[in-house]
Design a protein around this ligand. Sequence first.
Ligand code: C5P
Length: 242
Amino acid sequence: MTPIRTPTDRIFVALDLVDVDQAVAIARALAGRVGGVKIGKQFFTANGPEGVRRVAEIGLPLFLDLKFHDIPSTVGAAVRAALPMKPFMLNVHAAGGSRMMRAAAEAAATAGDARPRVLAVTVLTSLGDPELAELGMPVTLREHVTRLAVLAKSCGLDGVVCSCSELMAIRGACGQDFILVCPGIRPTWAAGDDHRRLLTPAEALALGADYLVIGRPIVKADDPAAAVARIGDEIAADLHVG
Ligand code: C5P
């Protein structure tokens, strides 16, 4: 990873909205102030590729968070179908297995220089050890997450989406070049919402996160650009950057 350039250039803002105009207005207000925007299933299901195109034309890098999980040929075809949206990153479930992940990586590679980075979702952060046991997994969450991250890397994937508490274990197992994207981030002044475990942006960056996904503290703010500036001040003060 390149060094942090500005305190907020590692932030991808989760545009968890249905309204395209609102998403476009927020993307416009944040252009040049954050690393990119994340489009997930809610926005995509409501607005499709045309809605994504309208947000993308603002020029911010796009993380297409559709978490593909299907047979290898279908996931490969879905990744190819996503390429015209020119995502900077997209993701698939590691639980789809090695052939599925390889199919995703191969499909992404067909975009050449415009190749999106393909990330794996290891275990959803909404699951804990009791839910894994319920699913018949005889391992701890930490072991399973690390195992899936290593498998994703061996299949040619570029990184994972992970919880802050998994950052150090995955970094240790997968090395410096593996991209670690962390949701569940809250600046000190924001509500925790429905997250069980939270870190501040500076804490997550200090633990080795490459990108931070932050949604509601920015998107629901009266002034999203001011919220980003406030987060930037907090990161700069804690990490002495900027
Ligand atoms: O608003 P908030 O900052 O909580 O938004 C977090 C975003 O990160 C949401 O878009 C959510 O879907 C996403 N997320 C994720 N993977 C997780 C946890 C949250 O992509 N494990």
